[in-house]
Design a binder for this molecule. Structure first.
Ligand code: BGC
Length: 260
């Protein structure tokens, strides 16, 4: 039976059954708008609506746009504050009647990119950054996820970096690509100074337009766009759910690649 991957984003809750060996969707994904306000009860119902479109799945992986430790959501920067310290895995599990794994959205996207996409077969320290409503980060050492890094909240020009350099900031402030790329470059330079990764994988919806801003960014670290785009969250969530065995502290994404 398949594993369902569900991605809770700023504008939509999307899900599909996933082939976790190939890193592909087994059916077209189903999407509902993210409820506003995005409180716990409403989002659990939205996830149930998405899951209700599919049958024949025996477990579910769900992404969340905040810190998730042992199935409990610890932060809620871009969602309703009712998610602070919510027992998310338990709530989703009870509603769906299946075992559920919950993890950070950028971590999930990174798991998918490292196993099947732009970070495949890369050793050393790799950093995935997603530029969307916020800035998400996922750090991998030799394919193993170090979860909940939250580097989108580093300080940039005296402010929370995601308020200056997320794709939403670009849209809200109607920035030119040049201006926004300047902020992204300052942010990436800060991250490379702190961590010296071997590779940046740039994800989020804006990565589809990488030709507009990659040439404007001058940093030392090689930088590539994500390849799985909108599906990375669902795929990474499903892979993680399948690998879950009680302890989600370290996720060996190489295992998924190696077993193919
Ligand atoms: C949250 C992160 C999340 C990122 C992208 C940030 O505001 O703190 O947990 O990964 O947005 O959604």
């Amino acid at each position: 039976m398949a594993t369902l991957g569900i991605d809770i984003g700023g504008s939509g809750v999307k899900g599909a059954p996933i082939d976790t060996v190939r890193g592909e969707l087994l059916a077209e994904r189903y999407r509902v708008p993210t409820p506003q306000p995005s409180d716990v009860t409403s989002v659990v119902e939205a996830v149930a609506e998405v899951a209700g479109q599919f049958d024949d799945f025996d477990r579910v992986g769900i992404t969340f746009p905040g810190v998730v430790v042992d199935g409990v959501t610890r932060t809620a920067a871009n969602v309703d504050k009712s998610w602070l310290d919510a027992p998310a895995a338990k709530l989703f599990g009870e509603r769906l009647g299946k075992p559920v794994t919950v993890l950070n959205d950028a971590d999930a996207a990174g798991v998918a990119e490292v196993a099947f996409g732009a970070g495949r077969d890369q050793r050393g320290l790799i950093m995935m950054l997603t530029f969307g409503t916020g800035i998400g980060s996922a750090l991998f050492l030799d394919g193993v996820l170090i979860p909940n890094t939250e580097l989108g909240h580093l300080e940039l020009d005296g402010k929370d970096a995601e308020l200056r350099a997320s794709d939403r900031a670009r849209e809200v402030e109607e920035m030119s690509w040049e201006k926004w790329a300047g902020r992204v470059e300052a942010y990436l330079r800060h991250v490379e100074m702190l961590l010296s990764p071997r590779l940046f994988i740039i994800g989020g919806g804006v990565s589809k337009k990488s030709d507009r801003f990659f040439p404007l960014i001058d940093i030392r670290t090689p930088m590539v766009p994500a390849t799985l785009l909108n599906n990375a969250g669902c795929i990474g969530a499903a892979v993680t759910a399948e690998q879950a065995s009680g302890d989600l502290g370290a996720i060996q994404t190489n295992a998924a690649t190696a077993s193919r």
